[in-house]
Design a binder for this molecule. Structure first.
Ligand SMILES: [Zn+2]
Length: 418
């Protein structure tokens, strides 16, 4: 068997194409496989306009497609693609070769391989690994993610929305997710109520329906609440656990900040560099951190009290049902207010009071957590999706790049596989 015949078999070219030459260029370490069409091709090709019979009109210049490596050597397919002309309408067109991927520079197999790498590492790293520019790889990913246009949202009923920061403190994306099928549905710039207008538009473009949405999970921001009220009238608002605890963490941070600022002997020393202690659950603290915590609690600091409240809040989420939870939330709110009176001077507990007020005002939506059951996990998972997205799109934090990467990582779209 000649090398050309062997490559013909390996590439699965069939009867319509043949490998006419294989050569290895030592200087560039590249294997070139030159392919040409056979006469048989013209029995098969039809005019894309009207299905008419076609004859060979001419050939393009020599084109190349990057293919999978051969024994660690770069491999490129070269071909002067035939252009066909329709016997009926005279339309001239380029014949699409079976190996070509969605981008004109890569074969299908190479694209599938690159996509596999993109799942595992940042784009710049993929580019380095396969020896292509990241611009070319991004362009390929953009074309692959165009599969998004065909995604079906007709079963979407439980939606979660969260904001993802594009650049620290500046731009935001609002990311909408299907909490049942655990996938990202849509992302758009901004975090105002109009993001919901754009979301329901996208939803309906993909066969979904705004009034089929029965549950909308989110943080307690007014903008998103307004977005839901004005666009999805059947949706029950759910303020998810993840965001409630996050706000509790922030409130504890603020108590700590206020207490440090107010000072007093030993306070600063006790509390400096403890931010992370207050964000962790006790079981995750190192021995050293536990010791520090014990010291702080000993000093009867407001921060320790606030931390205790945050822990109890988290424990309320272990309640078996909404009725029990409601009772415990109410007790908790009273407790915060009572303790706040004690720390009134200097307003140390202002942030905790605000948190209690917010929980009271949003209690119905917070208690909806107990009805929404299994749908919460993905909401919390979105955060790690966001950091993975940013990591993989490093260097290209434009919104288009981030959204494309989001859809690629978590859109559950169909991509070619090896
Ligand atoms: Zn035609």
């Amino acid at each position: 068997m000649t090398p050309e015949k062997l490559f013909h078999e390996l590439l699965g070219l069939g009867l319509n194409w043949e490998v006419v030459e294989s050569r290895f260029e030592r200087a560039s370490g590249t294997v070139f496989l030159e392919i040409r069409e056979t006469a048989k091709l013209w029995e098969l090709v039809r005019c894309p306009e009207d299905g008419g019979l076609v004859f060979c009109y001419d050939h393009t210049e020599m084109l190349t497609w990057r293919h999978l490596n051969i024994f660690q050597h770069r491999c490129e397919i070269t071909c002067r693609l035939p252009r066909g002309k329709c016997r009926q309408c005279g339309h001239v067109f380029r014949v699409r070769p079976p190996w070509e991927g969605l981008s004109t520079h890569f074969t299908k197999e190479f694209e599938a391989f690159a996509l596999l790498l993109m799942r595992e590492m940042p784009m710049s790293k993929v580019a380095e690994t396969v020896g292509e520019t990241d611009t070319r790889l991004w362009r390929m990913l953009f074309r692959q993610v165009a599969a998004y246009a065909e995604a079906d949202f007709s079963n979407v009923c439980c939606v979660g929305v969260d904001e993802m920061s594009v650049r620290k403190g500046h731009e935001y994306l609002s990311v909408f997710a299907d909490l049942v099928r655990r996938r990202v549905l849509f992302a758009t710039e901004g975090k105002d109520w109009e993001t919901w207008v754009r979301f329901v538009e996208a939803l309906e473009k993909h066969n979904g329906h705004r009034h089929a949405i029965t549950q909308a999970s989110m943080d307690m921001s007014r903008a998103y609440q307004k977005g839901v009220r004005e666009n999805c009238r059947n949706a029950q608002l759910v303020f998810d656990k993840f965001h409630v605890i996050k706000q509790a963490n922030e409130a504890v941070d603020q108590v700590r900040g206020a207490e440090v600022r107010r000072g007093g002997k030993g306070v600063w020393e006790a509390l400096q560099k403890t931010t992370w202690i207050w964000r962790k659950n006790p079981e995750n603290l190192t021995e050293h951190e536990q010791e520090r915590l014990a010291k702080i609690e000993h000093k009867n600091l407001a921060t320790a009290k606030a931390y205790q409240m945050r822990m109890v809040l988290q424990d309320i989420y272990r309640s078996p049902d909404a009725t029990t939870a409601r009772r415990r939330f109410k007790v908790w709110i009273r407790w915060v207010r009572w303790v706040a009176r004690y720390y009134q001077q200097g307003g140390l507990f202002r942030s905790m009071l605000k948190l209690a007020q917010m929980i009271e005002d949003h209690l119905a939506g917070i208690l909806a957590h107990w009805q929404s059951g299994l749908t919460n996990a993905f909401m919390e998972g979105l955060n790690s999706v966001f950091s993975a997205t940013k990591r993989k799109a490093r260097g290209y934090r434009s919104t288009t790049h981030l959204i494309t990467m989001l859809y690629f990582i978590s859109g559950k779209l169909r991509f070619p596989q090896i």
